[in-house]
Design a protein. Structure first.
Ligand SMILES: [Mn+2]
Ligand SMILES: [Mn+2]
Ligand SMILES: [Zn+2]
Ligand SMILES: [Zn+2]
Lengths: 144, 144
DNA sequence: CCACTGGTTGAGAACGACTCTCAGTATCAC
DNA sequence: GTGATACTGAGAGTCGTTCTCAACCAGTGG
């Protein structure tokens, strides 16, 4: 299970992990996949990502603190490694009165593939082929 | 409906909006609330927020670009107005190849109330009383 | 007035992503 | 082997949201 995650370069949803694990263990049930993912997350061996588009959670074996850029066309998420300045966190904490423990940041836009296939973006991104989320669910990226 | 949103200083979920609208229009159905919220969002008169905790979407009549600090204890979300430097966006775009159109940023931590009532945080935040999300759903704020 | 027409509405069914329950099974300790 | 214990998968349940569809409400023309 962790192997599957480590081997994944995309950021698979639980359903995608299930599908992949099933190839080597066809008798596994989805409950076990959810249980195991939760365990990996709670023991710090994986990250659960909520990319702010209201879609299913994604899982990431890369536990270093990092952010993502999410493609509005095909849903692909790529790693972004560019920490927010510390001073900013302190400033936010001071102004809000919150005890800030962390932050989630994601950029939205179009990936190179979807920029190319300008029209009907939600179909590009073929490549090695992670499932594409067709149903875009309304005006996204308005968030936060 | 927009009035209800404008009058709200918290960031109500669709269910909370429904509940409040119902006070003046008791015959309204939830389908209409969802439909209307979607319309407000798609016409730019409200924002749909996905605060990255996998919880229900929240709605915000404040359409200025702004971010939020979310309390891990009681779920409260307060506005943060502290734009990320432009240079950073450009840098991200350059390094990722994405055409970046925006970003979503949320800070996590404990609100002043929940800092006070240290133990059992998920019960504080009384105040004017938006519903509190008890079931915390596992290790949050690991995200992104 | 009143029959048509098209846009809204609300009730309830359907849906997707999860989470729970529970009986069956594998594991280990004796 | 026998029993205690943990783990598993099937399926039911939950929650937030969207869909479907019949009833309803404008208007419009007559
Ligand atoms: Mn990542
Ligand atoms: Mn706000
Ligand atoms: Zn794309
Ligand atoms: Zn709080």
């Amino acid at each position: 299970m962790l192997e599957v995650l480590r081997a994944a370069d995309d950021h698979p949803t639980a359903a995608e992990v299930y599908e992949r694990v099933r190839r080597s263990s066809p008798r596994i049930g989805s409950a076990t996949v959810y249980r195991t993912l939760a365990l990996l997350v709670s023991t710090g061996r994986a990250l659960e990502l909520n990319l702010g588009d209201g879609a299913a959670a994604r899982y990431d074996a890369n536990t270093r603190r990092h952010d993502h850029a999410v493609c509005d066309g095909c849903g692909r998420a790529v790693d972004i490694d560019h920490p927010v300045p510390d001073g900013m966190m302190a400033e936010i904490a001071r102004r809000s009165g919150f005890a800030i423990t962390g932050y989630d940041l994601q950029f939205r836009g179009l990936c190179p593939d979807c920029q190319a296939n300008g029209s009907d973006p939600a179909r590009a991104a073929g490549g090695t082929g992670p499932t594409v989320n067709t149903h875009a669910k309304g005006a996204l990226h308005a968030e936060a």
